[in-house]
Design a protein around this ligand. Structure first.
Ligand SMILES: Nc1ncnc2c1ncn2[C@@H]1O[C@H](COP(=O)(O)OP(=O)(O)OP(=O)(O)O)[C@@H](O)[C@H]1O
Length: 261
């Protein structure tokens, strides 16, 4: 059974089909990349998977369960988590505290439960802190930075904090929308290494990315979309030789050069 299965998912805005009958799967322990020219519908696919936008048609299943009608919060609880294009740091909080904000949501007690058993609050807080530390270790943020103001960190380090926060939700699959945007080549290479590391621990990763060297180096499987439809899928090697893919990218500018280079 696939971890994530999309079946003929469709999103229409008036006359425009941003996503048009798209089907593919993403497996646990794999990096699956979703690529395509600007405006192809990739971000819309992420929004349909997380439930931020509703499907016009089709089905989203996680580990065999139909989550298509569930709200975003329910989907996060089921194990679907995303990280954002721009790191969303809470100003004035340290890197560790920023990650704890996410962990708190996972370990938070209801108000009633806290009233009935106040001694459990300390245990919940401890679990949040431990989860935040473990997540920062997983993404490889240097310990010397954990207690610094997160909004003062270098952009690449903020991205790690953002990813660590997503990991505290104990996801089965993590959706990354252009995680290499704004990173320098060294940071991008490092990102590829820790994404491979996370997937080798069994996490499913769905990567939406324009950086072709990163996609080709990290992906187990690549799905190519154009005008909301799948035009190719397969291993990085197969996909980058596919004439339909080359044609789709040649229609645009810089990414077309990147796929050839
Ligand atoms: N809320 C909306 N209302 C109307 N049209 C929309 C809306 N959101 C997206 N679109 C359109 O749907 C299409 C797909 O957009 P989407 O942002 O998903 O593409 P993308 O592949 O993520 O692009 P990029 O690589 O530039 O981020 C585009 O034509 C876009 O203009």
């Amino acid at each position: 059974m696939s971890l994530l299965r999309l079946t003929r998912i469709t999103k229409r805005y008036g006359g425009l089909a941003a996503v048009d009958g798209l089907s593919f799967t993403a497996e646990a322990g794999h990096v699956t990349s979703l690529i395509g020219p600007n405006g192809a519908g990739k971000t819309t696919v992420i929004n349909l998977i997380t439930g931020v936008q509703s499907l016009t048609d089709g089905r989203v299943e996680l580990a065999g369960e139909d989550v298509s009608r569930m709200g975003s919060h329910e989907r996060v609880k089921r194990g679907i988590t995303r990280s954002y294009q721009t790191p969303q740091m809470v100003r004035g909080l340290t890197a560790l505290e920023n990650v704890e904000v996410g962990a708190d949501m996972q370990h938070r007690m209801s108000f009633g439960a806290a009233l009935l058993a106040p001694w459990k609050i300390a245990a919940a807080n401890r679990r949040s802190r431990e989860a935040a530390r473990a997540a920062l270790k997983r993404v490889g943020l240097k310990e010397s930075l954990w207690n610094m103001d997160a909004s003062a960190l270098a952009y690449g380090d903020q991205r790690k904090v953002e990813l660590a926060r997503a990991l505290t939700h104990e996801p089965k699959i993590i959706l990354l929308d252009e995680p290499a945007a704004g990173l320098n080549p060294r940071e991008t290479e490092e990102l590829g290494i820790y994404l491979k590391g996370l997937s080798s621990e069994g996490l499913g990763i769905l990567l939406v990315e324009h950086d072709m060297p990163l996609v080709m180096a990290t992906s187990d499987h690549v799905v190519v979309v154009c005008f909301g439809q799948k035009i190719a899928e397969g291993t990085p090697d197969i996909v980058q030789r596919d004439p339909k893919v080359i044609e789709a990218y040649l229609g645009t500018s810089e990414t077309g050069e990147a796929i050839h280079g």
